[in-house]
Ligand binder design. Structure first.
Ligand SMILES: Cc1cc2nc3c(=O)[nH]c(=O)nc-3n(C[C@H](O)[C@H](O)[C@H](O)COP(=O)(O)OP(=O)(O)OC[C@H]3O[C@@H](n4cnc5c(N)ncnc54)[C@H](O)[C@@H]3O)c2cc1C
Length: 116
């Protein structure tokens, strides 16, 4: 009951002086412009992984996420991946933190083996 879906609509402007007070909206089907009073906003950034900086030869899934094994190792020796950039089902803070801890431990082990 607390959620109202506003479909076929884009945000065309933000209203407010020192803080957000509302959104300017435009229905892309009818062209109707309206205003919606709000004091907060979450920007949805999309699903496209920003992978252009990654080295050539790194194995990615069809969506462009890095493929790792369960120890966060990629197909390139010494390169580990963690968090949202990784190919996986659940992208949340908890899984990103777990990935990071695993990747750090695996990287440490990798470096130790180089020294051995
Ligand atoms: C609107 C929104 C709401 C969310 N709500 C929740 C929630 O309620 N609970 C939850 O658990 N998760 C939530 N998530 C998901 C959660 O934010 C992510 O899963 C988590 O932040 C992933 O952490 P990360 O470190 O992998 O990536 P990020 O937090 O995205 O960090 C990646 C960092 O790398 C930087 N970067 C990118 N490219 C480069 C580059 N070339 N060089 C250097 N730095 C670079 C970026 O600027 C960024 O700071 C939400 C996400 C969004 C977008």
């Amino acid at each position: 009951d607390k959620i109202e879906l506003v479909l076929d609509t884009v945000v065309t402007g933000l209203m407010g002086e020192d803080s957000l007070q509302g959104l300017q909206l435009k229905n892309v089907k009818t062209g109707e412009e309206t205003q919606l009073p709000v004091d907060g906003m979450f920007v949805f950034v999309g699903y496209e992984p920003q992978n252009s900086f990654l080295p050539a030869g790194l194995e990615l899934d069809p969506q462009g996420f890095i493929i790792t094994d369960c120890e966060m190792r990629t197909n390139l020796p010494g390169l580990f991946a963690a968090g949202d950039i990784r190919s996986k089902m659940c992208r949340q803070v908890t899984t990103a933190v777990g990935d990071g801890a695993t990747a750090a431990t695996a990287a440490f082990t990798y470096l130790e083996q180089l020294d051995a």
